[in-house]
Design a protein. Sequence first.
Length: 278
Amino acid sequence: MPGKLYLCATPIGNLEDITFRVVRTLKKVDIIGAEDTRNSIKLLNHFEIDTPMTSYHEFNKYDKAKELVEMMQEGKNVALITDAGTPGISDPGEELVKQCYEAGIEVTSLPGPAAVVTALTMSALPTRRFCFEGFLPKDKKERQRVLESLKNETRTIVIYEAPHRLVKTLELLEETLGDRKVSICREMTKKFEEVKRTTLSEAREYYSENEPKGEFVLVIEGRDLQEIKEEEIAKWEEMSIEDHVQMYIDKGNDKKQAMKLAAKDRGISKREIYKELI
Protein backbone atom coordinates (compact mmCIF):
# COMPACT_ATOMS: atom_id res chain seq x y z
CA MET A 1 0.00 0.00 0.00
CA PRO A 2 1.30 3.51 -0.78
CA GLY A 3 2.07 5.87 2.05
CA LYS A 4 0.38 9.15 2.85
CA LEU A 5 1.31 12.84 3.08
CA TYR A 6 0.45 14.65 6.32
CA LEU A 7 0.49 18.48 6.20
CA CYS A 8 1.24 19.40 9.80
CA ALA A 9 0.60 22.94 11.04
CA THR A 10 3.22 24.11 13.54
CA PRO A 11 3.20 27.12 15.92
CA ILE A 12 3.79 30.60 14.51
CA GLY A 13 5.38 31.61 17.80
CA ASN A 14 4.01 30.06 20.98
CA LEU A 15 4.93 26.35 21.14
CA GLU A 16 1.80 25.61 23.18
CA ASP A 17 -0.27 26.14 20.03
CA ILE A 18 0.77 22.80 18.52
CA THR A 19 -1.96 20.14 18.57
CA PHE A 20 -1.73 16.69 20.18
CA ARG A 21 -2.55 15.19 16.79
CA VAL A 22 0.39 16.94 15.09
CA VAL A 23 2.84 15.79 17.77
CA ARG A 24 1.56 12.21 17.53
CA THR A 25 1.76 12.25 13.73
CA LEU A 26 5.28 13.68 13.66
CA LYS A 27 6.38 10.85 15.95
CA LYS A 28 4.84 8.05 13.89
CA VAL A 29 5.67 9.01 10.26
CA ASP A 30 8.79 7.66 8.54
CA ILE A 31 10.25 11.04 7.60
CA ILE A 32 9.55 14.76 8.03
CA GLY A 33 10.07 17.27 5.24
CA ALA A 34 11.04 20.60 6.80
CA GLU A 35 11.53 24.02 5.23
CA ASP A 36 14.56 24.70 7.47
CA THR A 37 15.85 21.69 9.39
CA ARG A 38 17.99 23.91 11.64
CA ASN A 39 14.89 25.75 12.77
CA SER A 40 12.63 22.71 12.97
CA ILE A 41 15.05 20.64 15.07
CA LYS A 42 14.31 22.99 18.00
CA LEU A 43 10.60 22.18 17.71
CA LEU A 44 11.22 18.43 17.44
CA ASN A 45 13.61 18.42 20.39
CA HIS A 46 11.11 20.34 22.53
CA PHE A 47 8.45 17.67 21.96
CA GLU A 48 10.96 14.77 22.05
CA ILE A 49 10.35 13.79 18.44
CA ASP A 50 13.24 11.82 16.92
CA THR A 51 11.80 11.16 13.44
CA PRO A 52 14.40 11.75 10.66
CA MET A 53 14.13 15.04 8.77
CA THR A 54 14.92 16.04 5.21
CA SER A 55 15.17 19.53 3.77
CA TYR A 56 12.29 20.64 1.54
CA HIS A 57 12.34 24.31 0.54
CA GLU A 58 11.72 26.78 -2.30
CA PHE A 59 14.98 26.01 -4.10
CA ASN A 60 14.69 22.20 -4.20
CA LYS A 61 10.89 21.79 -4.14
CA TYR A 62 10.52 20.15 -7.56
CA ASP A 63 13.25 17.50 -7.27
CA LYS A 64 12.72 16.87 -3.56
CA ALA A 65 8.95 16.56 -4.05
CA LYS A 66 9.64 13.87 -6.65
CA GLU A 67 11.86 12.00 -4.15
CA LEU A 68 9.25 12.21 -1.39
CA VAL A 69 6.50 11.00 -3.73
CA GLU A 70 8.65 8.00 -4.68
CA MET A 71 9.11 7.23 -0.97
CA MET A 72 5.34 7.35 -0.43
CA GLN A 73 4.82 5.10 -3.46
CA GLU A 74 7.09 2.60 -1.70
CA GLY A 75 4.82 2.69 1.37
CA LYS A 76 6.46 5.31 3.58
CA ASN A 77 4.45 8.01 5.36
CA VAL A 78 5.71 11.60 5.10
CA ALA A 79 4.91 14.66 7.21
CA LEU A 80 5.51 18.16 5.89
CA ILE A 81 6.14 21.14 8.17
CA THR A 82 7.00 24.74 7.44
CA ASP A 83 9.06 27.15 9.55
CA ALA A 84 5.86 28.43 11.13
CA GLY A 85 2.19 27.90 10.44
CA THR A 86 0.40 25.73 7.91
CA PRO A 87 2.34 24.07 5.04
CA GLY A 88 1.13 25.07 1.59
CA ILE A 89 0.12 28.59 2.65
CA SER A 90 2.59 30.97 1.00
CA ASP A 91 5.35 28.32 1.02
CA PRO A 92 6.63 25.53 -1.27
CA GLY A 93 4.33 22.87 0.20
CA GLU A 94 1.78 23.36 -2.58
CA GLU A 95 4.17 21.77 -5.10
CA LEU A 96 4.43 18.55 -3.07
CA VAL A 97 0.64 18.40 -2.72
CA LYS A 98 0.29 18.83 -6.48
CA GLN A 99 2.75 16.02 -7.23
CA CYS A 100 1.03 13.74 -4.70
CA TYR A 101 -2.30 14.37 -6.39
CA GLU A 102 -0.83 13.55 -9.80
CA ALA A 103 0.70 10.33 -8.42
CA GLY A 104 -2.49 9.24 -6.66
CA ILE A 105 -0.98 9.67 -3.17
CA GLU A 106 -3.45 10.48 -0.38
CA VAL A 107 -2.96 13.87 1.29
CA THR A 108 -4.47 15.03 4.58
CA SER A 109 -4.08 18.35 6.40
CA LEU A 110 -3.79 18.59 10.17
CA PRO A 111 -5.25 22.01 11.03
CA GLY A 112 -3.52 24.46 13.30
CA PRO A 113 -1.91 27.90 13.35
CA ALA A 114 -1.90 30.13 10.25
CA ALA A 115 -0.64 33.72 10.42
CA VAL A 116 -3.22 34.93 7.90
CA VAL A 117 -6.18 33.78 10.02
CA THR A 118 -4.63 34.86 13.32
CA ALA A 119 -3.98 38.39 12.04
CA LEU A 120 -7.39 38.65 10.41
CA THR A 121 -9.23 37.79 13.62
CA MET A 122 -7.30 40.45 15.58
CA SER A 123 -7.55 43.17 12.95
CA ALA A 124 -10.94 44.69 13.86
CA LEU A 125 -11.62 44.78 10.11
CA PRO A 126 -14.37 42.79 8.33
CA THR A 127 -13.61 39.06 8.28
CA ARG A 128 -16.56 37.60 6.35
CA ARG A 129 -14.78 38.04 3.00
CA PHE A 130 -11.05 38.43 2.59
CA CYS A 131 -8.37 38.30 -0.10
CA PHE A 132 -5.01 36.71 0.78
CA GLU A 133 -2.00 37.79 -1.30
CA GLY A 134 0.84 36.33 0.80
CA PHE A 135 4.15 38.04 -0.02
CA LEU A 136 3.98 40.50 -2.90
CA PRO A 137 6.13 39.53 -5.93
CA LYS A 138 9.75 40.73 -5.84
CA ASP A 139 9.69 41.64 -9.53
CA LYS A 140 8.76 45.33 -9.80
CA LYS A 141 6.39 44.98 -12.78
CA GLU A 142 4.66 41.90 -11.37
CA ARG A 143 4.31 43.57 -7.96
CA GLN A 144 2.70 46.64 -9.53
CA ARG A 145 0.35 44.45 -11.55
CA VAL A 146 -0.84 42.76 -8.34
CA LEU A 147 -1.29 46.09 -6.57
CA GLU A 148 -3.28 47.50 -9.49
CA SER A 149 -5.56 44.46 -9.36
CA LEU A 150 -6.29 45.28 -5.69
CA LYS A 151 -7.37 48.89 -6.35
CA ASN A 152 -11.08 48.09 -6.39
CA GLU A 153 -10.94 45.02 -4.13
CA THR A 154 -13.88 45.25 -1.72
CA ARG A 155 -12.77 42.34 0.46
CA THR A 156 -10.34 42.77 3.37
CA ILE A 157 -6.80 42.27 2.02
CA VAL A 158 -4.08 40.30 3.87
CA ILE A 159 -0.40 40.62 2.91
CA TYR A 160 2.78 39.21 4.48
CA GLU A 161 5.92 41.36 4.58
CA ALA A 162 9.51 41.18 5.82
CA PRO A 163 10.84 44.01 8.04
CA HIS A 164 13.40 45.33 5.52
CA ARG A 165 10.71 45.82 2.86
CA LEU A 166 7.89 47.07 5.09
CA VAL A 167 8.28 50.84 4.59
CA LYS A 168 8.57 50.55 0.81
CA THR A 169 5.52 48.27 0.69
CA LEU A 170 3.48 50.70 2.81
CA GLU A 171 4.46 53.50 0.40
CA LEU A 172 3.36 51.46 -2.61
CA LEU A 173 0.09 50.44 -0.95
CA GLU A 174 -0.77 54.03 -0.05
CA GLU A 175 0.17 55.24 -3.53
CA THR A 176 -1.91 52.56 -5.30
CA LEU A 177 -4.86 51.94 -2.95
CA GLY A 178 -5.16 55.31 -1.24
CA ASP A 179 -4.94 55.95 2.48
CA ARG A 180 -6.89 53.01 3.89
CA LYS A 181 -7.30 51.61 7.40
CA VAL A 182 -4.74 48.91 8.19
CA SER A 183 -3.99 46.61 11.11
CA ILE A 184 -0.31 45.71 11.29
CA CYS A 185 0.40 42.55 13.27
CA ARG A 186 3.78 41.34 14.50
CA GLU A 187 5.14 38.87 17.05
CA MET A 188 1.78 37.11 16.99
CA THR A 189 1.20 34.57 19.82
CA LYS A 190 4.51 35.64 21.42
CA LYS A 191 5.22 37.65 24.57
CA PHE A 192 5.46 41.01 22.78
CA GLU A 193 2.55 40.51 20.40
CA GLU A 194 1.54 43.81 18.83
CA VAL A 195 -1.32 45.01 16.63
CA LYS A 196 -1.24 48.56 15.28
CA ARG A 197 -4.67 49.65 14.08
CA THR A 198 -3.92 52.72 12.03
CA THR A 199 -3.86 53.98 8.42
CA LEU A 200 -1.35 53.32 5.65
CA SER A 201 0.01 56.88 5.80
CA GLU A 202 0.41 56.86 9.58
CA ALA A 203 2.02 53.41 9.47
CA ARG A 204 4.47 54.57 6.79
CA GLU A 205 5.43 57.60 8.89
CA TYR A 206 5.81 55.52 12.06
CA TYR A 207 8.02 52.80 10.56
CA SER A 208 10.11 55.36 8.68
CA GLU A 209 11.16 56.66 12.11
CA ASN A 210 11.06 53.36 14.03
CA GLU A 211 12.96 50.39 12.59
CA PRO A 212 10.59 47.49 11.80
CA LYS A 213 11.48 44.25 13.57
CA GLY A 214 9.98 40.79 13.12
CA GLU A 215 7.73 39.35 10.43
CA PHE A 216 4.66 41.42 9.60
CA VAL A 217 1.11 40.68 8.51
CA LEU A 218 -0.80 43.63 7.02
CA VAL A 219 -4.60 43.50 7.13
CA ILE A 220 -5.99 46.26 4.90
CA GLU A 221 -9.60 47.38 4.58
CA GLY A 222 -11.31 46.73 1.28
CA ARG A 223 -12.74 49.50 -0.83
CA ASP A 224 -16.29 50.67 -0.17
CA LEU A 225 -18.62 49.17 -2.77
CA GLN A 226 -20.92 52.19 -2.80
CA GLU A 227 -17.97 54.46 -3.51
CA ILE A 228 -17.01 52.32 -6.50
CA LYS A 229 -20.58 52.41 -7.84
CA GLU A 230 -20.74 56.20 -7.49
CA GLU A 231 -17.46 56.56 -9.39
CA GLU A 232 -18.71 54.32 -12.18
CA ILE A 233 -21.98 56.25 -12.45
CA ALA A 234 -20.08 59.54 -12.56
CA LYS A 235 -17.94 58.17 -15.39
CA TRP A 236 -21.02 57.22 -17.44
CA GLU A 237 -22.65 60.60 -16.81
CA GLU A 238 -19.86 62.22 -18.81
CA MET A 239 -21.46 60.55 -21.86
CA SER A 240 -24.89 61.55 -23.15
CA ILE A 241 -27.69 59.01 -22.69
CA GLU A 242 -28.16 58.86 -26.45
CA ASP A 243 -24.48 58.01 -27.02
CA HIS A 244 -24.57 55.53 -24.13
CA VAL A 245 -27.49 53.60 -25.65
CA GLN A 246 -25.94 53.77 -29.11
CA MET A 247 -22.72 52.29 -27.74
CA TYR A 248 -24.58 49.13 -26.73
CA ILE A 249 -26.50 49.02 -30.02
CA ASP A 250 -23.15 49.17 -31.87
CA LYS A 251 -22.06 46.14 -29.83
CA GLY A 252 -24.94 44.09 -31.26
CA ASN A 253 -27.71 44.64 -28.70
CA ASP A 254 -31.24 45.58 -29.77
CA LYS A 255 -32.54 48.98 -28.63
CA LYS A 256 -34.54 47.57 -25.70
CA GLN A 257 -31.53 45.66 -24.31
CA ALA A 258 -29.24 48.65 -24.95
CA MET A 259 -31.55 50.89 -22.89
CA LYS A 260 -31.62 48.34 -20.08
CA LEU A 261 -27.81 48.13 -19.97
CA ALA A 262 -27.39 51.90 -20.04
CA ALA A 263 -29.92 52.27 -17.21
CA LYS A 264 -27.99 49.74 -15.11
CA ASP A 265 -24.69 51.56 -15.72
CA ARG A 266 -26.21 54.87 -14.59
CA GLY A 267 -28.13 53.50 -11.63
CA ILE A 268 -31.47 54.74 -12.99
CA SER A 269 -34.63 53.11 -14.35
CA LYS A 270 -35.18 52.13 -17.98
CA ARG A 271 -38.21 54.45 -17.95
CA GLU A 272 -35.90 57.43 -17.32
CA ILE A 273 -33.71 56.38 -20.25
CA TYR A 274 -36.78 56.12 -22.47
CA LYS A 275 -38.10 59.53 -21.43
CA GLU A 276 -34.73 61.13 -22.17
CA LEU A 277 -34.55 59.57 -25.65
CA ILE A 278 -38.00 60.75 -26.73
